[in-house]
Design a protein around this ligand. Structure first.
Ligand code: AMP
Ligand code: MG
Length: 499
């Protein structure tokens, strides 16, 4: 497809190491110009940390982030990948609505990819239009930035551009949006599957060496580097899923093409934080079987890692049997790492720093009470910290979280008796408040922010939420309303990819 695009005078300081790989890894791809582009948000702090000297007003920046111009030193490409979507293999996916502009070496030596999302068709667009409605762009900006502040490895959001394009989707016509996403790497499990499906062993080795150099440089010189690589990815993913779970986060579309080798959360489509605790919670409208439900996320990650292991098979052992052994062992280690980090992380949420079987039972009793009584996941842990003093009564706000608070009282007593042994009440409370956020990006607020932006071009709620979620662990009394669980009629229980 022919696209006329003008090169900007603006330089970003880009390199593109991925574009230095052979042509079969990607397709050079120019963004499609859009009309009515407005740079609605520019993440000044992230930009500064990355070493960009831009401000929102920098001439030509808005057009570069809209795809109307290309930074003078960009090498725009669309990356090739395949993937298992809901368990079914699709041999060719790839960046169908995303274009990698280049990578920025930050002043502190990080290597970060900068990508436009929603910037038009590429060779990998299949039947899609390569565009994104504004809504999913806003959702990704708010949630990914919040995840970063919640200490979860994640891609970041540098900018939102709104356009006057009309984007047709099954639920109607939406205004368009272009997002600038920043990632420490964009190679996915599906990138390996792309070459495995084509029987291209040389490409798999090259890709493995590329990501090892980039994300796991400490193992590059090791003799068994591919085994170490596979187990390092598994460890990072175990820790990532545990972090999600400790925040009540449901990714929603854990396909292998959305599983990053860097260990970052990637692709905020139909994701959501649950309000009341239900381990079987599903938000995504297309996840009809609940494959990606809250409690299934570690099992799914194990499944995805198995896909990666199969791609790496010839690098993992001299024979098939040896490789299968390595895969089995690594997956077992993944499981154990997940259990350990999940247990210790959840126990920290109730103020317990050391793990014993009794403590795990105590935690289980609380989770059962929360589940039976539809208690809000985030606030139960947050407000629990107000009860660290022996014999302190339930606060009204804690009581309000439960349908039958009197059934929680005995548990609270046992818990108080247990945490006396941990530390002073003050220390426990401070620790708990550092791991239990007060503010999470709740669905009903995100939805409202999107509605205001789409319908009235009013970004004030987007601004407010992004500022609020910069300090998710800090009380901000004038914004208590945003910490509250939604009333029944406010609940948003379905989310959409919007692609
Ligand atoms: P996702 O699961 O949303 O990450 O997307 C899965 C695949 O569909 C990826 O290859 C995307 O590039 C592609 N895709 C999603 N939305 C579009 C779109 N609007 N146009 C073209 N390709 C798309
Ligand atoms: Mg994706």
């Amino acid at each position: 497809m022919e696209k006329t695009i003008t090169v900007s005078t603006l330089k970003a300081g880009f390199k593109n190491s991925f574009a230095a790989l052979p042509k079969k890894f990607y397709e050079p791809s120019m963004p499609e110009p859009v009309h009515g582009a407005v740079l609605q948000k520019y993440n000044q702090k992230l930009g500064r940390d990355m070493g960009f000297g831009f401000t929102k007003e920098t001439p030509e920046l808005a057009d570069c982030l809209a795809g109307n111009l290309v930074f003078a030193d960009a090498t725009p490409i669309a990356m090739a990948y395949a993937g298992h979507q809901f368990g079914n293999f699709v041999p060719q996916l790839g960046d169908g609505r995303a274009i990698l502009l280049g990578e920025k070496i930050t002043p502190d030596g990080k290597q970060l990819n900068v990508q436009l999302k929603g910037s038009g068709k590429t060779r990998f667009s299949r039947g899609g239009d390569g565009k994104s409605p504004l809504g999913p762009v806003i959702r990704e900006y708010i949630v990914s930035e919040a995840m970063h502040r919640l200490n979860v490895p994640t891609t970041r959001a540098l900018a939102i551009v709104s356009t006057e394009e009309q984007i047709p989707r099954p639920d109607g016509i939406h205004p368009g949006g272009v997002m600038t996403r920043v990632a420490s790497g964009l190679v996915r499990v599906g990138s390996f599957e792309y070459f495995a499906a084509r029987g291209d062993e040389a490409a798999i080795r090259m890709l493995a060496d590329y990501v090892i150099t980039r994300h796991y440089p400490e193992i590059f010189e090791k003799k068994d580097r591919y085994r170490l690589f596979f187990s390092s990815v598994a460890t990072r993913q175990a820790q990532l899923i545990a972090k999600w779970m400790q925040l009540g986060f449901i990714h929603g579309v854990m396909n292998t093409d959305n599983t990053s080798i860097s260990g970052e959360t990637i692709d905020y489509g139909p994701c959501a934080f649950m309000d009341y605790y239900d381990p079987n919670m599903v938000f995504s409208s297309i996840d009809t079987m609940g494959r990606y439900r809250y409690a299934n996320q570690s099992a799914i990650m194990k499944w995805n890692l198995n896909c990666l292991g199969i791609c790496l098979q010839t690098l993992l052992g001299k024979s098939n049997e040896e490789a299968i052994d390595v895969i089995d062992t690594t997956l077992a280690e993944f499981e154990q790492e997940f259990i350990n980090t999940q247990e210790s992380g959840m126990l920290k949420k109730i103020g317990i720093e050391t793990t014993s079987d009794q403590d795990v039972s105590l935690l289980g009793e609380l989770l059962a009470l929360m589940q039976n009584q539809n208690a809000d996941f985030t606030l139960t842990f947050r407000y629990l910290a107000d009860h660290v003093k022996q014999g302190s009564d339930m606060t009204p706000q804690f009581q309000d979280l439960f349908n039958a608070p009197e059934e929680v009282a005995p548990w609270l007593k046992s818990w108080q008796a247990r945490i006396v042994k941990e530390n002073s009440p003050e220390v426990i409370q401070t620790r708990m408040n550092c791991v239990n956020p007060l503010f999470i990006p709740r669905n009903h607020w995100i939805q409202r922010a999107i509605k205001n932006a789409e319908a009235k071009n009013d970004f004030s709620l987007v601004d407010l939420l992004t500022t609020l979620y910069e300090n998710p662990f800090t009380e901000q009394p004038e914004f208590t309303n945003y910490a509250q669980a939604p009333a029944k009629e406010e609940r948003v229980t379905r989310t959409f990819c919007g692609t």
